[in-house]
Design a protein around this ligand. Structure first.
Ligand SMILES: Cc1cc2nc3c(=O)[nH]c(=O)nc-3n(C[C@H](O)[C@H](O)[C@H](O)COP(=O)(O)OP(=O)(O)OC[C@H]3O[C@@H](n4cnc5c(N)ncnc54)[C@H](O)[C@@H]3O)c2cc1C
Length: 378
């Protein structure tokens, strides 16, 4: 069976859904049929459902700075036409801690850049930090960064808002539709072959399949961009110490690699483990809490809390940790919205805006569309 479409988006996580919404917002869905293909029965069940939901505007990586600022701004002031319910993003603030001078310098440079872009970040010395956040007594750090407009998102609500807007403007979302490989003819994309044998013909395809990006590239005979999935565990405790009352939306010790935030009656936390694995549903490793014991020592009380729920998810990124966004440099008509690593909730807005712009104005590179986040070197 062969059908023809204006464009295909592969993957219904936050990346693909945001691209789809931004395409619809630009009117692209009035000019022809765009289809978002999702292999699962429901969209957004992989990384977009397994994350810690923190919106963090201050990042160490200079190549991701602009996207993180823009992402934070996007969720604080979402486009009205997105119809996002107010509880979908709660600007509860964040506190980042650095204990190494190099990390403090990187975050300080990012904070200065943020200030120039109107992103509010307060730099706190340890005494000030302790005065504001007494629960840090006993935690080693050199410098604190308080970002009052960071916060906690409801990723399912963000995803639904993107997909609803896409559908309402004529876009099609098809679930249970796994792309086996892309159809490539004379160095140009021609559509996709699905697992059920259907051939969907289209001159434009946007790849947003999260952890499966590399698998699809290899199956399609396209040069792989080496985006690797990495497993990370999250834990929820069954209670929360009263002394954390009034804490910001989340606290992240960047050098110790531990973060935590309130979740229900307890805390959600991670010791930022990072194992390269195959794409799929990651198994939970029982020994990981034992492994995390030393890292958690910066918040010794955290080790005393009883852990209830736990799960693992995949963060997928390139070797240099830059996102892979925009037009493919080798295959005409192919676009990427992938490699969002641990920042895809924060950055979904600007990622979708940028890639949609590249899709409808194909001569554009992400840099030309306003992003200093170039494609990773091929
Ligand atoms: C433990 C953990 C904590 C995190 N915490 C945060 C955080 O606090 N803040 C933050 O900003 N980010 C965080 N992230 C990162 C964020 O979750 C991801 O960057 C983001 O969800 C990636 O979205 P995606 O759409 O690229 O991938 P996904 O959500 O994985 O979506 C890809 C979709 O493509 C589909 N697909 C795959 N192959 C095919 C195919 N062949 N055909 C059709 N469909 C296909 C999949 O089924 C899936 O639905 C975290 C991630 C993890 C794992």
């Amino acid at each position: 069976m062969e059908e023809e479409f204006e464009g295909l988006i592969v993957g219904g996580g936050l990346a693909g859904a945001s691209v789809a919404w931004h395409l619809a917002e630009r009117g692209a869905t009035h000019n022809g049929v765009w289809v978002l293909l999702e292999s699962e029965a429901l969209p957004g069940v992989h990384a977009s459902a397994q994350n810690a939901a923190m919106v963090r505007g201050l990042v160490e990586h200079p190549g991701l700075r602009w996207l993180a600022f823009e992402g934070q701004r996007f969720w604080n002031r979402p486009p009205e036409s997105l119809g996002l319910p107010p509880e979908a993003f709660r600007p509860l603030g964040s506190l980042l801690l650095a204990s190494r001078p190099e990390t403090a310098a990187l975050l300080r440079a990012a904070a200065e850049a943020g200030k120039n872009e109107g992103v509010e970040i307060e730099i706190l010395d340890p005494a000030n930090c302790l005065r504001c956040f007494p629960f840090l007594e006993g935690t080693p750090f050199l410098c604190g960064f308080h970002a009052p407009r960071d916060g906690i998102a409801d990723p399912a609500a963000l995803l639904q808002a993107f997909l609803r807007g896409f559908r309402e403007r004529g876009g099609r979302v098809e679930t249970g539709r796994r792309v086996e490989r892309l159809l490539v003819e004379r160095d140009a994309v021609a559509g996709a072959l699905l697992k059920d044998g259907s051939r969907l013909r289209s001159p434009r395809v946007c790849l947003a399949p999260g952890a499966w990006h590399d698998d699809i590239c290899r199956a399609s005979g396209i040069r792989s961009r080496a985006l690797r999935p990495h497993r990370r565990h999250l834990f929820c405790t069954t209670s929360r110490p009263p002394f954390l009352e009034g804490m910001p939306g989340f606290v992240w010790h960047v050098d110790a690699q531990v973060y935590f935030r309130p979740e229900g009656e307890g805390l959600l936390f991670s010791a930022c483990d990072e194992d390269a694995v195959e794409a799929g549903v990651p198994a939970v490793a029982d020994e990981i809490l034992e492994w995390a014991h030393d890292r958690l020592g910066v918040f010794p009380w955290l080790r005393e809390l009883q852990v209830g729920k736990r799960w693992a998810g995949l963060r997928t990124f390139a070797g240099d940790r830059r996102f892979l966004l925009g037009a493919d440099l080798e295959v005409e008509g192919l676009f990427h919205a992938a490699g969002l690593g641990g920042h895809g909730v924060t950055c979904a807005g600007p990622v979708g805006r940028l890639v949609a712009r590249c899709l409808v104005e194909p001569s554009r590179r992400p840099e030309e569309a306003g992003s200093p986040a170039p494609l990773p070197a091929l």
